[in-house]
Design a protein around this ligand. Sequence first.
Ligand code: NAD
Ligand code: ZN
Length: 352
Amino acid sequence: MFRIFKQVQKVAFGVGCFSKLEEVIAPYRKDGYVVFLVDDVHNKTGFKATIPLGATDKMYDVDVTKEPKVVQVDKLRDMIQAENKTLPNLVVGVGGGSTLDIAKAVSVMLKNEGSASLYQGWDLVKTPAVPKLGIPTLSGTGSEASRTTVLSSDDKKYGINSDYSMFDIVLLDPELIKNVPNEQRFYTGMDCHIHCIESLEGSFINSFGKVYAKSALELCKKVFLNQGGTDEDLMVASYMGGASVANSEVGVVHAMSYGLSLVLGYRHGIANCIAFNQLEEFYPAYVPEFREMMKLNNIQLPTGVTSKCDEAMYEKMIQMTLRMERPLTSALGDNWKDILTPTKIRSLYERM
Ligand code: NAD
Ligand code: ZN
C-alpha cells in the first residue's frame, strides 16, 4: 500500500528545553503574533506564569474539566477571530492530551469554515491550518505525535484525522510532567501502553509502526513495572506511541472506552483502563501484566461503572463502539461484526 506518512517536522527535546521556547517561536513573531492555549490547571501549578508571552501575543485558558467538545473548539476559534484583526502565525498548545487536541483543532478551524463537526472523520480538512506547536505537560496520549484531534459532540466522540491536524513542532521537556499526580500519570501513561498493544496486535500496522510500538512498550514497562523508568522515558514513549498509532490503528479497548467516555463521562485514560481490564479474551498476553502495573502503582479501578445504565445508555455505548470500524477491522478482521455483536458488546460493558 502506498501512503505518505506525515511526521512532526521539528522536535525540541531534553530536560530544561522549555527555556528555549522563545528561540523556537521567534520566527513566528516577526510579522505577527502567537496564540497560546493553556490548560487552566496551570493557573494553579504556577507554570502559566513562566510562559514567555510576547507583547502582541495572546493567551487563552483552556477548560479541560470535560474532554474536548466540538462547541468548545468553535467558540475558541470565534473568540480568537473576534478579538484579533489578523490570524495568528502560530498556535501553541500547553497541557495534556485534551489541550493539545484543542490547539490542533483550533489551528485547523482558524483556516476552515463552519463548525469543527464538519471535519470529524478521515481527511476531510481541505485548507492547511495555521502552524502549531505542542508542549505536553502530561504524557501518554501521543497527541503530540498523531494526526488526530479527538472531539466529542452529543452523539459521538470522533477524531478530525488529517495531515493538517498534526503539530508542526513539539517541545518535549520531561521537567514539565514531574508533578503530575500519581493516578493521572498512570491513567494517561496507560493510554500509551494500550496504544502500543493495540497497534502491535492489529493488522493495520506497518514496519514503522511496529518499531515505534515495540520501543514505546518497553519504555512503558520500565516506567510502570517500576524498573527504573524516568519521566524522560515516559515522554518518549508517549511520542512514539502516538507515532505508532499514526502507522496503524487502535483496537477493541479504544472502541469500548469511547462508549464509556461518551455516555458516562469517564476521561480517556481511566476509561481505557476500565475497558482493558475486562478484555483479557482479546489481549491475553497483556492484561495480567497491566493488573500487575496497577498493583505496583497503587491504582484501584472503579468497578460497577455501568451498573446504573438504562437501556438508552447501553444502546448509545453500543452504537459508539460499532462506529469504530477501522479499529475493529484492524483488531478482529473484516468479519469483526460477527465477533463483536451488539449482544457481545453489551455483555462486555455490563462487566465493567
Ligand atoms: P487531559 O488533558 O484531559 O488532562 C487530565 C487532567 O490532568 C486535567 O485535569 C488536566 O488539567 C490535568 N493536567 C495536565 N497537565 C498537568 C500537570 N502537569 N500537572 C497536573 N495536572 C495536569 O488528559 P490526557 O489523558 O492527557 O488527555 C485525554 C484526551 O486526549 C482525551 O480527550 C482523549 O480523547 C485525547 N486523546 C487524543 C489522542 C490523539 O492522538 N489526539 C490520543 C489519545 C487520547
Ligand atoms: Zn488513546
